[in-house]
Design a binder for this molecule. Structure first.
Ligand code: AMP
Length: 190
């Protein structure tokens, strides 16, 4: 099963990526995590990416696309994979389609975790307070959500048009949400 997991910050994407990848026995691949590891290890890729990341900008498509192509050529992705944090632009949508078609495969599903804006604001501000972060004020959290909607709406639309998008209610307990995601993946009519 070749999957994408999408959803706003605070939707519980990381937690669900881990649970779904374990249930389906496929690797969860987060582009943000690969980049942070490369920055920490000061690889050539990390040195190229870090100025963009430090500014909060997107790393250029060519760098990300090459990185994903490399990762998806590893043998553990043969039975499938769950990508988190990629694609984020329409150019990346096309690059991923090409990477997969070069390998003779294609995406099976794109799962969007849907969480009400007020619920996400509540979760993120609570998390910020717990972590002692003062930068995650309600205004900043709302801005991050606006940016997510602006940037990912075209990507979601592209997958909706291709009939790949499934929307899953991301509210409730972790296990309940995982159950909904797995049910949605098993039901082609969903
Ligand atoms: P994340 O942990 O997914 O929020 O990613 C952290 C940072 O890595 C982002 O702010 C971007 O600078 C960079 N990044 C991760 N994934 C991508 C992507 N698909 N395209 C461009 N930049 C990305």
């Amino acid at each position: 099963m070749r999957l994408l997991l999408m959803g706003p910050p605070g939707a519980g994407k990381g937690t669900q990526a881990a649970a779904v990848s374990e249930a389906l026995e496929i690797p969860a691949i987060s582009t943000g995590e690969i980049l942070r590891r490369n920055v920490a290890e000061q690889t050539a890729l990390g040195r190229q990416a870090s100025p963009y990341m430090d500014r909060g900008d997107y790393v250029p498509d060519e760098i990300i696309d090459d990185m994903v192509r490399d990762r998806l050529s590893e043998p553990d992705t043969k039975p499938g994979f769950l990508l988190d944090g990629y694609p984020r632009t329409l150019a990346q949508v096309e690059a991923l389609a090409e990477i997969l078609s070069d390998a003779g495969s294609e995406l099976d599903r794109v799962v969007e975790l849907v969480v009400d804006t007020e619920e996400v604001v509540r979760r993120l501000t609570a998390r910020a307070a717990q972590d002692g972060r003062s930068d995650d004020s309600e205004d900043v959290v709302r801005r991050r959500l606006e940016v997510y909607v602006e940037q990912t709406a075209p990507v979601l639309d592209a997958y909706r048009e291709r009939g790949l998008l499934v929307r899953v209610d991301g509210t409730g307990r972790v296990g309940e949400v995982t159950g909904r995601v797995l049910a949605a993946l098993g039901d082609p009519g969903n």
